[in-house]
Design a protein around this ligand. Structure first.
Ligand SMILES: Cc1cc2nc3c(=O)[nH]c(=O)nc-3n(C[C@H](O)[C@H](O)[C@H](O)COP(=O)(O)O)c2cc1C
Length: 412
């Protein structure tokens, strides 16, 4: 397939190098058409060397070949990644002041834009109107991902990972573009995903239990996002009373031991296990068969002996290592509070080492933080990297998408 890879001047231009490699490694013929601003981020020699072709930003080079018409006319796909707010505006208004904008007017093949910019630029009514105009003319505008942006900030406007863009381009060319334009990417198609959600309850007697404040909102959002992106999802739900979309297999559990059994069973053929549930670390050593009564002595109190529950994540990691298997990819959660011994991140990093998981999602918890809330801030710790990526404050749905944006490219 003859692909025109348009690159406009956004910080994510470097990711287009990987997209270019994916095309060429799969045997596609790629002509890169950067804007002048794109060359501020990645130089022409890089595009030229990776594509094996000369690179120009304007219409005055090799004029005898009439490149401003020929490149677009002979393409089977034009994809602009990243597409800046400026480029979307020019395309929506039919401007043609450089080689890429001319190419967009002469192309009669499928045209895809992968916008990437700060959230404010993306959400601006001008940008949204330009996107709507482009879509109304049949162009495919791939939804930007939610996650880390240029600096330490995060939100909607991130360029999806090259693998996801490549999959979206193939879907567009194969006529499945309706699924891509404006819809979540289907980058988890064919993957088996297990998500645990909620908080476990450890019975004391037939009416009482020890529990925690986890509502299951984040876990359900992660399960829903995975299903939207094409995964087959099993949700192991510990005392969750939230609606779960059709198509997700729900395994209800109550205690940590039940959670462990259900997760281990579902994990045996899973590609990814996300342990978003809050399992109790301890359970009563004895569960009374009848309701525990008050004693006649008001000073007597009640002593409850607790025993430690198994560490489910460590068990999953140990099992995978014992099998010498590469899957499942294991995501742990750390709900931490800072104290005299260290900050939230100190405790979270220590826990990440103890757990041995591949990715850890760190939540700061406490009164009025995280549990049961719609918005949250999380920090993502990745194995082999000292840097934490902060997502939020944003909705739990946006965190779920940012999590899959991070995991998806790591699965191959
Ligand atoms: C460091 C830096 C990063 C930028 N990142 C983006 C971006 O991600 N998205 C965007 O729309 N504009 C971004 N811009 C602004 C564009 O470069 C600017 O609008 C430029 O005119 C775009 O030109 P083009 O659309 O012809 O490539 C950035 C500018 C700078 C200096």
């Amino acid at each position: 397939m003859r692909v025109v890879l348009g690159v406009s001047g956004g910080i994510a231009a470097y990711k287009a190098c990987s997209l270019l490699r994916l095309f060429t490694e799969h045997g596609h013929d790629v002509t890169v058409v950067p804007t002048a601003a794109a060359l501020q981020f990645v130089g022409a020699p890089t595009w030229s060397a990776l594509s094996g072709k000369p690179v120009s930003t304007e219409v005055w080079t090799a004029v005898h070949e009439v490149p401003h018409v020929r490149i677009g006319q002979s393409a089977d796909l034009v994809v602009v990644a990243p597409a800046t707010a400026d480029l979307l505006a020019k395309a929506a208004h039919g401007l043609a002041d450089d080689l890429l904008t001319n190419t967009l007017l002469t192309a009669r093949c499928p045209v895809a834009f992968a916008p990437a910019m700060h959230t404010e630029m993306w959400e601006h009514p001008a940008t949204q109107a330009n996107v709507a105009t482009l879509r109304s003319r049949g162009a495919h505008v791939i939804e930007p991902a939610v996650g880390r942006l240029t600096g330490k900030d995060s939100g909607a406007g991130r360029l999806p990972e090259p693998e996801a863009l490549y999959a979206a381009c193939l879907a567009i060319v194969s006529g499945d573009g309706a699924a891509v334009a404006g819809a979540p990417l289907r980058d988890l198609e064919g993957r088996r995903v297990v998500v645990s959600a909620g908080g476990t309850r450890e019975p004391l007697d037939p009416v009482r239990y020890l529990g925690n404040r986890s509502s299951g909102k984040q876990g359900v959002a992660i399960a829903r996002a995975a299903a939207d992106r094409g995964a087959k999802v099993t949700l192991v739900a510990a005392n969750v009373s939230l609606p779960v979309p059709d198509g997700i297999d729900v395994v209800p559990v109550e205690t940590t031991l039940e959670l462990q059994r259900a997760v281990e069973e579902a994990a045996s053929d899973a590609d990814v296990v996300v342990m978003a549930a809050a399992p109790a670390d301890f359970r009563p050593a004895l569960v009374s068969e009848s309701k525990i009564k008050k004693s006649s002595d008001p000073d007597a109190g009640l002593r409850v002996e607790l025993v430690e529950n198994p560490d489910i994540v460590r068990g999953l990691v140990a099992d995978r290592d014992a099998r010498g298997a590469a899957t499942p990819f294991i995501v742990s959660f750390a709900a931490e509070t800072g104290d005299a011994h260290g900050s939230v991140m100190d405790h979270a990093r220590a826990k990440f080492v103890r757990k041995g998981s591949d990715l850890q999602v760190v939540n700061e918890v406490g009164t009025d933080l995280t549990f049961g809330k719609d918005d949250t801030t999380v920090h993502l710790l990745r194995r082999g990297s000292d840097e934490a990526t902060t997502v939020g404050p944003t909705s739990k749905d946006a965190v779920a998408d940012a999590l899959w944006d991070t995991i998806s490219p790591l699965l191959d």
